[in-house]
Design a protein around this ligand. Sequence first.
Ligand SMILES: C[S@@+](CC[C@H](N)C(=O)[O-])C[C@H]1O[C@@H](n2cnc3c(N)ncnc32)[C@H](O)[C@@H]1O
Length: 587
Amino acid sequence: MAQKRAFNEGKRHFKKNKKQKASVVEGSNEDVLLADVRRLLKETKLAGSQEDKAELPAHHSEIELDIHSLSSTGDGLAHKDGQVYVVPFTALGDTVTAKVFKHVPEESYTLTDFLSVKHPSPHRTETPRCPYFMQCSGCQFQHLPYAYQLEHKKTIVEKAYANFSNLPASSIPAVGETIGSPLQYGYRTKLTPHFDGPPGGRRDNRQGKKVTWGEVPAIGFMKKGTRKTMDIEECPIGTESVQRGLRRERERVKQNIDQYQRGATLLLRESTERAEKDAQTKNEDEDVVVEDMGDHIHRKTCITDNKATSTEYVDNFRFDNPAGAFFQNNNSILPLITQYIRDNILGPISSTPTTTTTPQPKIKNLIDAYCGSGFFTIALSATFTHTIGIDIAAQSIASARHNADLNSLPANSTTFLAADANDLFASIPNSDSSSSNAGGASFAPEETVVVIDPPRKGCDAGFIRQLLRFGPARVVYVSCNVHTQARDVGWLVGDGGSGLADEEGLPVRGLYEIESLRGFDFFPMTGHVEGVAVLRRKGKEAGKDPVEVEAVAAKGNAATPDGQDSASGAAHHAAAAEQSSSTAAAT
Ligand SMILES: C[S@@+](CC[C@H](N)C(=O)[O-])C[C@H]1O[C@@H](n2cnc3c(N)ncnc32)[C@H](O)[C@@H]1O
């Protein structure tokens, strides 16, 4: 049975012993690593009393280790004398030399620096393209073949749901193959290198003195396992225009370092201008990267002013944003995820045999919670009659409205709200009544899909309670942190034992089943994966009281979930595709 866990405001409180007082942020690297360490200790029966264990190697000593597995953090794990060792930049089957830098005795693991490979793993086949690989903290997997990276990311999703969802294995479907990124290098449209202030700079600042720079500081990213900035001249996961921007910005900072009073973070954001083919001139500025797109060209530049407008094209949709604002960082994979959502929402709704021929309502409406500047709302708009996006950041909502206008999406079918997602459903009319907030549209739950794409910490309990109360037919949960996603999905799916309580403290029962689960590789060469969970509402009719639905299900009468059959889904999809291309033509 699933273990009970109280909703704990993002902190996971581990069983404490004398030495351990701290709590760990849920879904953080440390939390995820701990789950893997504990699993390895259990699998290899290493867990035991500290007294039974061999003395731990001294700090800074070098030890030889056989890598047993890859953790969901991207680090290799080895075990020796009752202790787990964490070694970055390794592969299963490597024998490596590592240097001890921190013991965590209460959890029986040790963090190390990678030093060298003694016997390489058969998986270690790739030549890293980056000269800083194995020092910079940005990438973990440049030494591994891409297919292997995708396979590993599937295990990250599997373990996230096994360790963090509080669901029984029977509620978790087989995780699908990870969808790869069309670009595996040169994909990142945004990089933010930084440099630190000079030694003594803070004191000088406090005393109102002008700071003095003895030398040009390192400009780049964090060195793995340290708080030091590494000097980085190139970053091959960045797009060509971003890389040129990096070279230019480094030079500019070097020339002007005396004008800085402290360290700074630099913005490098790709921006695209779409132009007619004959607009290409032979003498393009060297900062412009020209891409032939068939019937037109893209002229790509790198923006460094946070407030300037950057433009991105995904499929034929145009998105304008303040360059410093959030937008997805790997445009090459975005058309695949929007297509996946379309296919999964409009495709067959049930894998469960049905006993009734009652036609099920079609999904006509999209609610895009945490919509940012409207990426999912806009890219999926042609598929739905009404779409509504909500984001807490008023500036993002202003961009979203502007982007909807840029793509000729009228305000009576594509609406945006600047509000906390926790208040979303107060603004959504779920009957035939009209609402000014939702552009006069009606969002019947059985005709509605909610797409959720929250920040790394996941959704608030208040949002989940409201979502369950509204009870849309489908939920698509997209997340850059599959661990907090698994927790939230556990609440939406679980039987009341997953720790989510209502306002009166009573356990909340989930309403959904997981239809499909997989990762999308938004971040090749790194240990990160974007999780996509598609949920469908259990029971005969969406919008019914969950207890009633459960009771019906218990009588064996609830085999037909809400939604349409595959034939009408396909027809709707074809119509949507047609509409999509006409919308695209209009932009
Ligand atoms: C991962 S971004 C997703 C943005 C968008 N879906 C996209 O693809 O561009 C998360 C978004 O959640 C928003 N956000 C954070 N907390 C929120 C809250 N409590 N209510 C509504 N939006 C929130 C942030 O402003 C941010 O735009």
